[in-house]
Design a protein around this ligand. Structure first.
Ligand SMILES: C[S@@+](CC[C@H](N)C(=O)[O-])C[C@H]1O[C@@H](n2cnc3c(N)ncnc32)[C@H](O)[C@@H]1O
Length: 185
């Protein structure tokens, strides 16, 4: 069944500075993103999380931002240039059913999948592509919006990830709040 995908114009709402009060990227990533890391961010949109991630990984790290919508990537590029972060952010376009990460095999430290897993047409295939891109022991952060995704659907997604090569990441495993940190087995 076709999934409802975030319309382009919603991207502008998602980069509004007021969002920091509800979802502060530095609080979200502060504990497990550090200098030099390679971070994969599918469904980056206009880069609300991408630019803070680029700050956190520093000049020796890299963020690979991927989206199906060229207009989202175009705005992300402008914002990254303005923030002086363009050299740390690789931009890629993908198709809904193919993430375009084949050449990343086992090179990624962390994948952040924020407010987009429910938009993918085949979660199992999507999670497998991410698993292949991650290093052994690499981490996967999944966060979903409570407004669009029921507790049951979120738990089903987490269960799917656990059946397909991911373990809970110790104390950081907490599926409350539609947010979970997993580790590649
Ligand atoms: C609700 S927005 C969230 C954007 C960003 N993660 C944030 O929280 O600000 C979802 C984004 O995922 C993208 N998207 C949807 N399906 C996708 C897919 N199968 N692969 C990659 N990106 C996708 C949409 O184009 C959109 O930019």
């Amino acid at each position: 069944m076709a999934k409802r995908v975030c319309p382009f114009w919603v991207g502008y709402l998602l980069i509004h500075p007021i969002r920091k009060l509800l979802e502060n990227p530095y609080k979200l990533f502060g504990n497990f993103v550090s200098e030099g890391m390679v971070v994969l961010e599918p469904g980056s949109g206009m880069g609300y999380f991408t630019i803070p991630l680029a700050h956190l990984v520093g000049p020796s790290g890299k963020v690979i931002a991927i989206d199906i919508e060229p207009k989202m990537i175009a705005v992300l590029e402008k914002r990254a240039l303005k923030a002086g972060m363009i050299n740390r952010i690789e931009r890629r376009l993908c198709r809904p059913d193919r993430l375009n990460v084949e050449n990343l095999r086992e090179s990624v430290d962390l994948a952040v999948v924020i407010h987009m897993l429910h938009e993918t047409p085949d979660q199992e295939k999507f999670l497998e592509e991410i698993r292949q891109a991650l290093k052994k022991g690499g981490r996967l952060l999944i966060k979903e919006p409570k407004g669009h995704v029921s507790k049951r659907d979120f738990e089903n997604s987490v269960a799917l990830a656990r059946r397909h090569g991911f373990n809970p990441d110790g104390l950081q495993f907490n599926s409350e709040g539609h947010k979970v940190l997993l580790k590649k087995r």
